[in-house]
Design a protein around this ligand. Structure first.
Ligand code: BES
Ligand code: ZN
Ligand code: ZN
Length: 493
């Protein structure tokens, strides 16, 4: 979808469809809607009244009228004036764009509607919502939908607003398309998206975005001592890859490592999952997909922060060469790990990635994103990520970024007493803990490798994938955490 900003009033915008917004209980309509209605001979008012359109958030209706410059008018409900936030706009724009698309519109003009918030914020939210809400994935279908919005025209009332709208629209476009990119990777099946595929995607991203890339193969990882990562990779026919992408601006203020869990398929290993438990496990590289989406977007946003994207990519498969329950693996920092369960593999790959970051990147902060535990889904449900951190400031800033992005994140505690459960008879640590609090013990395991420099862990096991259509994402991979991270890395603090 192409996004352009036009200095134009809604009445004169000539697109296939025009989208306008309306709040609940508007005593007086906004002037643009009054003008449109006058032109349409009162048809808009008549239809809204006949349909009892109440303008609830997400509610959408439309009118066909050749009297307007745009022959289809889509009205998006914006809910009540109080409680109006950016997320309201995203959802309204998402619903409206889907409607315009389904009506066959190829060009859609949209007002930067709503109250409060700055022009820039509203333009960002409208464009982001429009892009997120109109995502589809039909790569493997013979029949492709021919209904596609090709151009989104964002309308700005005057020259001053146009500059702000332009800035916001560009950001919204980058955030939205970065999320699409991550969704595509998650939705593609594991027979295509294997570790080497992730490496070649990283290569494309690097050359397209002008990033530096280093990819390590199995023997190089062996030389670096990544015994935990390679233990997980041992059972797979697909060779593992360790991916390191870097975005280095001219005068960076700080250096951040973002680490994405990159299990391209999690069968569980010898502790094999059930058929039902395995069904969705192509999404176990959602953290890696988010990291790739973020890295690709960074040069377009140009924050003064050096960012390193790290992915330890492998499958987790059962076979004669697979690692076994009871095995002892040695991580890059020398820590030995007893394998209590081969299905707790994400933390093993992340352990070595955390060590690698410390040694080779020496970042001020490390942030990992991982579909790490079913327990986190039990704790917070399918729409919320769990946040763990050894640093209050980092946690607070990430929560703020998530709020700005409209992604749900809730901080969970690192309860030191539960470290007991990870004790091993034969090694320094076990990869699984006691029963109960599984998201916490997984985070405590990672903390062991994070040491005492600022680190945060986002358990995205729930929201990485949605089983039903939601306002901003259809069924499938959601690209969660891309927007939170972009908001975080581009925030001025
Ligand atoms: N990839 C899974 C976590 C997961 C489960 C993500 C369900 C999304 C939905 C992870 O590797 C895993 O298998 N974790 C185990 C850990 C257990 C063996 C301690 C789990 O959560 O059951
Ligand atoms: Zn697993
Ligand atoms: Zn996993």
């Amino acid at each position: 979808m192409n996004v352009v900003v036009r200095r134009e009033a809604p009445e004169s915008a000539a697109a296939d469809a025009l989208v306008v917004g309306l709040h609940v209980d508007e005593k007086r309509w906004p002037p643009s809607l009054i003008a449109l209605d006058r032109r349409a001979g009162g048809q808009i008012k008549a239809v809204l009244e006949a349909e009892k359109f109440s303008a609830k958030v997400g509610q959408v209706t439309h009118i066909h009228t050749p009297a307007l410059a745009s022959p289809r008018l889509v009205v998006a409900g914006l809910g009540p004036r109080t409680g109006f936030v950016a997320e309201t706009l995203r959802r309204a724009a998402a619903g409206a764009l889907r409607r315009a698309r389904d009506l066959g519109a190829r060009t859609v003009a949209v007002e930067v509607f709503g109250l409060r918030l700055s022009d820039r914020e509203r333009a960002h939210a409208v464009v982001e919502g429009a892009i997120l809400g109109s995502y589809t994935f039909d790569r493997y279908k013979r029949e492709k939908s021919d209904k596609l919005v090709e151009e989104l025209r964002v309308l700005a009332p005057d020259r001053k607003a146009a500059r702000e709208v332009e800035a916001g629209a560009r950001r919204g476009e980058v955030f939205g398309l970065a999320t699409w990119f991550a969704r595509d990777l998650v939705n593609a099946p594991a027979n295509e998206v294997h570790p080497n595929h992730l490496a070649s995607v990283a290569e494309e991203v690097a050359s397209e975005a002008g990033l530096t890339l280093r990819v390590y193969d199995r023997s190089e990882c062996e030389r670096m001592g990544m015994g935990a990562f390679l233990g997980v990779a041992a059972g797979s026919e697909q060779p593992p890859r360790f991916i390191h992408l870097s975005y280095v601006p001219a005068r960076p203020r700080r250096r951040v490592a973002v680490i994405g869990k990159g299990i391209t398929f999690d069968a569980g290993g010898l502790d094999l999952k059930t058929a039902e438990g395995m069904l969705r496990m192509k999404d176990d590289m959602s953290g890696a997909a988010a990291v790739l989406g973020v890295m690709r977007a960074l040069p377009k946003l140009a924050p003064p922060v050096e960012v390193h994207g790290l992915i330890a990519a492998t499958e987790n498969m059962p076979s004669g060469t697979a690692f076994r329950p009871g095995d002892v693996l040695r991580a890059m920092n020398g820590t030995t790990i007893e394998i209590g369960n081969t299905d707790a593999e994400g933390r093993l790959t992340l352990a070595d990635a955390l060590c690698y970051a410390r040694e080779n990147v020496k970042p001020d902060e490390r942030i990992d994103l991982a579909t790490l535990t079913g327990a986190c889904v039990v704790a917070l449900g399918p729409q919320c990520s769990g946040l763990f951190s050894n640093d209050r400031g980092l946690a607070r800033r990430l929560l703020g970024a998530a709020e700005t992005a409209g992604e749900r994140v809730w901080q969970l505690p690192l309860i030191d007493e539960y470290r007991e459960g990870l004790k091993s008879e034969v090694a320094d640590i076990n990869n699984v803990g006691q029963r109960g609090g599984g998201a916490i013990t997984a985070a405590l395991f990672l903390k062991e490798f994070a040491g005492d420099t600022p680190w945060a862990h986002l358990d995205i096991a729930g929201p990485a994938f949605t089983e039903r259509d939601t306002p901003l994402a259809p069924k499938g991979g959601t690209g969660v955490a891309v927007r939170t991270l972009l908001a975080y890395l581009t925030a001025s603090t």
